[in-house]
Structure formats: structure tokens, C-alpha cells
Write a protein that binds this ligand. Structure first.
Ligand code: IVH
Length: 676
């Protein structure tokens, strides 16, 4: 663009192009051009504007971070108040809501829109002649704060609308939020910089929007979903909630992709369950779903009661965070001596289960939370993850609550607690002298994926160790029927079953045996790699650190662990005794050259296979070098779906991961096993 006359047109054309591609990217999730091309357009616009600053307008995509910091927030009065929703916590309450709607409207057939209730904060956007002129928080519903300077920095909020078909004045409402993954990254960064971490994505979003300096907000990963019309100046706007949202989407607004039109109560409830199932895998936090009567004329007929519409309701999910009280702080000693602090809690129902313990991770975490016995704490349990203490409610702390001191001696055996690495990991130095470590190592040895001794549960191991019947894993093979029947709750029949199971376990595989030994940092896949590489136990025992490092995925630290393990007198004795008890396994043909046929591939198994158990399928895949994971993600290469596959198959489909049925799986297995 050399001719000066063309500059204003080119600038305008570039602004439209960049806005259009922002729209494809942020609102439709469907970019049309590669990022590099977008960057070129954006750069061209920026350079032209730099050369002609008089042509810069506030709605230019280069002007998201506008002027410098504000000194205070201005108040904004919402012409139409921003109301809230009434909440329902059960299907029964939703049934009542639907009944009231049908009774008032005198019809049984009601269409609703169903939307996720995104956990962020409500914001109103005002567009005048298609340009964003004001953004305000909800505040108390009547008066909010002017956060235009900050909302402008949110990439999914258009600074100007797309096309020409919009009313002169358009007010849109929606939720500003922070995606879960971005929230974690932000907190990691904050922690690294020694700055404040946020309790949850909603607080992070609210804190980020309440900044006087838009440059701070611009650096925070905020997004926005629009979910309602505030007002539209002209008639001609659609007359249902769903069509309104689609219209807003066509104007460049981001509308949540989970938005649906549903029929009556059954439609609402089905939507609720579908979303509850998806909750963990959505990239943003939701705390429920919202049903809205779809027809605007019906909404008008229903009207409002106090501060909430009669035509909408929030159907809340079970809370993932609850308040409870710390009754004690204990430490647990794991198999390798790791000392992990745990908060013992007053039982609380959260995330769909009753929680009584929450991990406190390590000494640093205790320091960070400054958690004390008697404290009121926020406990979080999301999905299947271990419950965690999120924060301490300081102003509820009882007087004289004492600062927690991390033990310097192992509470089980009294040995010194030593700190590793950067001082975060605490370990009991008692080794197998510590009965906690001994019990755990025995439990690990007998576990299903190790020696698979059925019937040797936690309580039994505890008794066997406490009575001195089992001091190390080799003693399991010396147990007699008389010793067993002497134990609590052990009848003749179960004693015999256990002895049979112990006997059966003598015939095992080398990878299982290696895994069972509990060498620090040698999990199932490392054990398998070792077995495949060396083929037999003797070679592994004799291997130098350098030779061990030749095995795929084994680095210097793990090599050192393996090397040291086989040179400790105690371990050498136990191994000798174990082998004397006739433990045996088939010899493996060592494979020292070339990668395994399925190396680098990740599989997920779901449903029932007819030809083999899932454990067998896992073992066969692993012996071909594949990773077998419990959950489907974008990194999964194949999902093997047997009979009655679970939600994993659905997730695979959603993510576009290849799914194989049993027949195709068997074919692949046979082919790869021939290659091996
Ligand atoms: S509609 C008059 N739809 O929930 C109805 N609200 O208690 C106004 N929210 O302050 C709200 N997702 O921050 C609506 N799809 C959704 C929503 C939603 C989240 C929040 C919003 C509002 C609160 C209502």
C-alpha cells in the first residue's frame, strides 16, 4: 500500500479482516486462516497505524489495551437491572418450577433453552452503532462498575460487531470467566513470582477484571460467553432465547457451544445429566445448568418475582467445594517412606461423597496455607481427584490455635525424618525397620498388578506384620494354614483359598516380579522395559548404571535407584529367599535393538472384551511398548471399545480419537506381535 490515498481504506479493510478472523477464532472456534497469516494482517494494520496515528480509532483491534491505568472505577447504573436466578438443587424442585410455568402459561408443551451455568462473573456489554462503548460489572444488579478498559482486552469480546445487521443500541449480557487450564498456569506463574495465588477460576476472573491497569488484565487469560440480550433498540430481533443467542453469535459474540433447545421437563433433565457427565472434561468450570423458557412472549407473560425471573432457573450441580473444620493433622508414611501430611476433617458432603480426609501434599503446602487444628477450611473434591484443602478461613480461626509443626521423627517407628531435593519431600529414614513402610511394601508386592495374591488385603497384612508372621515379602511363602486360621476373621476355607492364591502367584512374569519388588521409581512400564531389554533377572541385577541407562525411558536417577536396590544386603537376602520359594517366570527374548512396535502409542481400554480380560489386553499392549492409560485425552492414539463401552468411547468420538472394536483390535495385536 504505497499510495497515501489508499491508506484509510486499507486500514479499514484490515480492521474488518482482523475482526472477522477474531470472530472465526474466538466466537466460532473455527479459524479460517493459519495463525501466521493472521499475525501478518495484524502487523500490517499496526504498522500502518503507527505511520498514521491520526487514523487510529478505539474500535481498532490493535487498541485492546487502550489508555494507561485508571485512578478509580466509575459507577454504571443498569437501565434494565441485572437480575439473578433462583436456584434448584433437585429434580423435584425442577419439577415444581416446570409445573408453575405450565400452570401460569396454561400449556403443557414448553420449550426451553438449556445452557451451562458458567462460574465467572456477569458483565453487560453496550454496543452503539456496532462499536463497544461500555462494559460494566453486575455489581448489586442496579449499579455496577465501569470496566470497559479491561473488558476491551478480552479477545473473545468483539470491539465492533460483524456485518451490518445490528440494532443501533445493543446491550448484551454474559459471563466473563477463566478457563481451568489457564487458571492453573496463572497460579503456577504467580507462585513462581511469589505473588498471590487465586482460590478458584471465578476469583481469578473477578480479580483480573477489577484491575485499574488494563495491561494487567490483558495479561490474564479471560474469556466471555454471552447468554442474554439486555436490550436491542429496534424491533426485528428474534423472538426466542435460542434464536437471540444464534443472532448474537452471528454478530460476533461468543455463545457457549453447549447451548441447546430442549423439550419440557424430560429434555431439561436429560441435558442436566449429559452436562454433569461432561463437567470434568469441559475446559471451564460450571456449577450447574440454566433452563430458560424459550419464547420471549412467554417470558413476558411469566414476569419476575422479587429479583429473579419466573421463566428461568439454575439447576445446580453438587458442590465441589464445602466448608468444614480440621479436627487433626496427621502424617502418613508411604511405601518408600514419603511422609505425607493429611487433614482429618469433620465429615462433609462434597463433590457427591462424604469426605473425612484431605491431602495436604507436603511441608510447603502446610506453610503456604498456615493450616492449624481447629481451622475452618474450604475443601474441594472435583471428579475423582483426591480431596484437597483449598484455603483456610482466617477469621474463623479459634483463639490459641497453634501453628502446626511438621514432625522431625517418624510417627510410626521414631526414626528421623529427612528432607530430599529442595527440602519439599520428607522421608522416614527407617527403611524396612519402619513397620509402616514394611506393611506398604508387602501390600504393594501382593497387589493385583504385581504378584496378584487375591485375599491378602490391608487388614490382613497389618495383622501378619504386627504378629511378626511376615517381616519381609519372602515370608508370605512360608505361611502355614495353622498360622492363618489363628488370625482374626480367618476361617478354614478362606485360609485355604489364600494359601492357594499364594501358591498360584509363584508362577508369574518377570515384569510383574520386578514391579512387585517396589524399587523406587520403577513402575509397571519401567519394569516392562527392563524385562524386555535384559530378558532375565540375573542380567538386570548385574547391570552397571551405564547399562541400565541404555533401556528406553531410564535416566540416571532411575538407573541409580535400580543399581543401588540390587546391592543392598537386605534386598539381596530377600531376593535369595524369594527365589528359594520357587518363584518362576517365562524367559523373555531380550530386545536390545529397534523400538517396540507400539512404542509411543497410547491406548485406552473400555467395555468388556470377549477374548481376554482387560488386564491381559493391557499386558499385551505394554509388552509391545504401548502406554495404556485410564482416561481419554487428545494424546490418546486408540480407544479399544469392547462390549458395553463406557463414557470413554463417547469422549473418544468427541475428541476425534480412533476407536477400534474387538475384532480390529485383535488383528492389530496379532500383526504387531508378529513384528515384535
Ligand atoms: S441468565 C435474568 N444464564 O448466574 C437471568 N446467568 O444467579 C440472568 N450465569 O449473575 C442470568 N451462566 O453471572 C444466566 N447461562 C447463564 C448463566 C448465568 C452463568 C450467572 C450469572 C448470573 C448468575 C445468576
Amino acid at each position: 500500500m504505497s499510495s497515501l490515498d489508499n491508506v484509510p481504506q486499507r486500514i479499514e479493510a484490515l480492521r474488518e479482516l482482523v475482526s472477522y478472523h477474531d470472530y472465526r477464532y474466538y466466537a466460532l472456534d473455527s479459524p479460517e486462516i493459519p495463525d501466521a497469516e493472521y499475525d501478518r494482517l495484524f502487523q500490517e494494520l499496526r504498522s500502518l497505524e503507527q505511520a498514521h496515528p491520526e487514523l487510529i480509532t478505539l474500535d481498532s483491534p490493535t487498541q485492546r489495551v487502550g489508555a494507561g491505568p485508571l485512578s478509580q472505577f466509575e459507577k454504571v447504573v443498569h437501565e434494565i437491572p441485572m437480575l439473578s436466578l433462583s436456584n434448584a438443587f433437585s429434580e423435584e424442585e425442577i419439577g415444581n418450577f416446570h409445573r408453575r410455568v405450565t400452570e401460569r402459561l396454561k400449556t403443557d408443551t414448553i420449550e426451553y433453552t438449556a445452557e451451562p451455568k458458567v462460574d465467572g462473573l456477569a458483565v453487560s456489554l453496550l454496543y452503539e452503532d456496532g462499536v463497544l462503548t461500555r462494559a460494566a460489572t453486575r455489581g448489586d444488579g442496579v449499579t455496577g462498575e465501569d470496566v470497559t478498559h479491561n473488558v476491551r482486552t478480552i479477545p473473545s469480546v468483539p470491539l465492533r460487531l460483524i456485518g451490518k445487521d445490528y440494532p443501533g443500541v445493543l446491550e448484551v449480557r454474559g459471563e466473563v470467566f477463566m478457563p481451568k487450564a489457564r487458571f492453573e498456569e496463572l497460579n503456577d506463574n504467580q507462585r513462581e513470582k511469589g505473588e498471590k495465588v487465586f482460590v478458584n477460576p471465578r476469583n481469578a476472573a473477578a480479580g483480573s477484571l477489577r484491575q485499574l491497569d488494563p495491561r494487567v488484565t490483558a495479561a490474564r487469560p479471560l474469556e466471555m460467553f454471552c447468554y442474554a440480550l439486555g436490550r436491542a433498540q429496534d424491533e426485528g430481533f428474534p423472538d426466542t432465547q435460542y434464536e437471540i443467542l444464534m443472532k448474537l453469535r452471528s454478530l460476533g459474540m461468543r455463545v457457549c457451544a453447549e447451548t441447546r433447545k430442549v423439550d419440557g421437563l424430560p429434555g431439561c433433565l436429560e441435558y442436566y445429566h449429559t452436562l454433569l457427565g461432561k463437567r470434568q472434561n469441559l475446559p471451564y468450570e460450571i456449577d450447574g445448568v440454566v433452563y430458560k423458557v424459550n419464547k420471549i412472549s412467554q417470558q413476558d407473560a411469566l414476569g419476575f418475582i422479587s429479583r429473579a425471573p419466573r421463566w428461568a432457573v439454575a439447576h445446580k450441580f453438587p458442590a465441589q467445594e464445602e466448608l468444614t473444620v480440621v479436627e487433626a493433622i496427621d502424617v502418613q508414611v508411604g511405601r518408600t517412606g514419603a511422609v505425607t501430611p493429611v487433614a482429618r476433617l469433620k465429615p462433609v458432603y462434597v463433590g457427591g461423597v462424604t469426605v473425612t480426609n484431605a491431602t495436604l501434599h507436603n511441608r510447603d503446602e502446610i506453610e503456604r496455607l498456615d493450616i492449624r487444628v481447629g481451622d475452618s477450611v474450604v475443601v474441594r473434591r472435583a471428579g475423582d481427584v483426591i480431596p484437597e484443602v483449598v484455603s483456610v478461613v482466617r477469621d474463623r480461626r479459634p483463639h490459641r490455635a497453634k501453628k502446626y509443626k511438621f514432625p522431625t521423627r517418624c510417627p510410626v517407628c521414631g526414626s528421623d525424618v529427612v528432607y530430599e531435593g529442595d527440602g519439599v519431600i520428607a522421608r522416614c529414614s527407617g527403611g524396612l525397620f519402619c513397620s509402616a513402610q514394611r506393611k506398604q511394601s508387602i501390600q504393594h508386592f501382593v497387589s493385583r498388578r504385581a504378584m496378584d495374591i487375591d485375599g491378602l488385603g490391608e487388614k490382613l497384612v497389618e495383622q501378619l506384620v504386627d504378629r511378626g508372621l511376615v517381616n519381609d515379602v519372602s515370608d508370605i511363602y512360608t505361611l502355614s494354614k495353622a498360622q492363618l486360621t489363628d488370625l482374626e476373621r480367618m476361617a478354614e476355607k478362606s485360609a485355604q483359598n489364600l494359601l492357594d492364591a499364594i501358591d498360584k502367584s509363584r508362577r508369574t512374569t518377570l515384569p510383574r516380579f520386578l514391579f512387585a519388588l517396589g524399587i523406587p521409581q520403577v513402575g509397571e512400564s519401567t519394569a516392562l522395559a527392563l524385562a524386555n531389554h535384559f530378558g532375565e533377572l540375573g542380567a538386570i541385577r548385574a547391570a552397571s548404571k551405564e547399562e541400565l541407562e541404555q533401556v528406553p525411558d531410564i535416566g540416571p536417577v532411575v538407573a541409580e535407584n535400580i543399581y543401588t536396590f540390587f546391592r543392598q544386603t537386605h534386598n539381596k537376602d530377600v531376593l535369595k529367599k524369594l527365589l528359594r520359594h520357587k518363584l518362576h517366570w517365562p524367559v523373555i527374548k531380550p530386545r536390545k535393538v529397534g523400538p517396540a512396535p507400539l512404542a509411543g502409542k497410547t491406548f485406552v481400554l473400555t467395555g468388556t472384551l470377549s477374548a481376554m480380560t482387560r488386564d491381559e489386553a493391557r499386558a499385551r499392549l505394554q509388552s509391545l511398548g504401548a502406554k495404556v492409560s485410564g482416561s481419554v485425552s487428545k494424546k490418546t492414539d486408540f480407544v479399544i471399545a469392547g462390549e458395553d463401552p463406557g463414557s470413554k468411547a463417547a469422549k473418544a468420538e468427541a475428541l476425534g480419537v480412533e476407536t477400534l472394536d474387538e475384532a480390529r483390535f485383535m488383528k492389530m495385536l496379532a500383526k504387531k506381535e508378529r513384528q515384535a
